[in-house]
Design a protein around this ligand. Structure first.
Ligand code: SAM
Length: 312
């Protein structure tokens, strides 16, 4: 467990020295699944909010920022994705965004926890627009590491929408070099991969810089983009990797890709936001350059024992 639970408040450890309390007007579900503690609450500020092991996964009010960036950034670089693989993402919101692409023929979502998927089908249909029951969607309940070992399909887009790699998380091994190497087996040269890579704030960017450094050992082309959802308290970084150079797109070209290829209107991303989100602040660029740690199965992420609160 990553935090203590108070009556009507759920505490989330943000850094080694800071806790955020998520107030719950109503607790819609509270359950220990086979893999994690699931809490679905009605927050007075953020609306329906899903916590796993007391860490906020999505909030009704600002999840669109996270999911538009995570899904559309790789898809815009690709610009004609047909098949998409989502690893994690059991809430169905990344799936909702992938299904907006007119070119997309099928999306496979692999989540380890059937109960997260089932609760999301019951409680979160207004958020995920019932994506988990969409005819183009295939939902597989399996550890993503195993799924990839046994898969010989190649994907245009792979999205790692996994819980943070905290101690005892079922996602821990999915942030390692071995796992990222296994993604090359299910990629072709045009494949673009986006990875939820954790916080990216001055006291707390080590997960991101280490995940990025690990990815760079496997994929020759790397970009990152930043998203800020207040429900997460801290900015998050997404790593975007590929075996081929990324297309150079200007704001107008991005705008055209969005207008011509997506169903419905986006709420966060446009040509300018796409480019702006990829402009990293100087401290983060320097931290990325300095980073030496590579996560492996023998050197797994250590969330709460890491260098949180050390100066950059
Ligand atoms: N937005 C998110 C965040 O902030 O971290 C991620 C959301 S999504 C709910 C994370 C999902 O990853 C969960 O549904 C969890 O069950 C899934 N997951 C964790 N470990 C996994 C694994 N080894 N294989 C497949 N799915 C996994």
């Amino acid at each position: 467990m990553s935090g203590s639970k108070l009556k009507n408040y759920f505490s989330e450890i943000i850094t080694g020295g800071d806790i955020f309390l998520h107030a719950a007007e109503e607790v819609l579900e509270l359950k220990k699944t086979k893999y994690q503690e699931l809490a679905l609450i009605q927050s007075p500020t953020f609306g329906k909010t899903l916590l796993l092991d007391n860490i906020c996964q999505i909030s009704e009010v600002d999840e669109f920022i996270y999911h538009e960036l995570l899904v559309h950034t790789p898809c815009i670089f690709h610009s004609n994705p047909k098949n998409v693989l989502i690893l994690g993402g059991g809430d169905g919101c990344a799936l909702r965004e992938a299904l907006r692409w007119k070119s997309v023929e099928n999306v496979t979502l692999v989540d380890i926890d059937e109960e997260v998927v089932n609760y999301s089908k019951t409680w979160l249909t207004d958020l995920n627009q019932n994506s988990l029951n969409h005819p183009k969607a295939r939902i597989i309940i399996e550890d993503a590491f195993n799924f990839i070992k046994n898969s010989d399909l190649k994907w245009d887009i792979i999205i790692c929408d996994l819980s943070d790699p905290i101690e005892n998380s079922p996602a821990l091994a999915l942030f390692t070099k071995e796992f990222f190497e296994s993604l090359t087996q299910i990629s072709h040269p045009q494949t673009i991969i986006s990875v939820q890579s954790g916080p990216a704030a001055p006291p707390d960017h080590f997960c991101f810089t280490r995940v990025a450094n690990t990815l760079k050992r496997v994929f020759p082309y790397f970009k990152a983009c930043l998203c800020f959802c207040q429900a997460y308290i801290t900015p998050l970084a997404f790593s975007i990797v590929s075996s081929q150079p990324f297309k150079k797109l200007n704001a107008g070209e991005v705008e055209n890709i969005i207008q011509n290829n997506l169903e419905g209107d986006l709420k966060y991303l446009d040509g300018e936001t796409f480019l702006a989100s990829q402009n990293l602040p100087k401290f983060l660029k320097q931290a990325l350059e300095k980073e030496q740690v590579v996560y492996t199965l023998d050197n797994l992420p250590q969330w709460f024992n890491s260098d949180l609160n050390k100066n950059v």
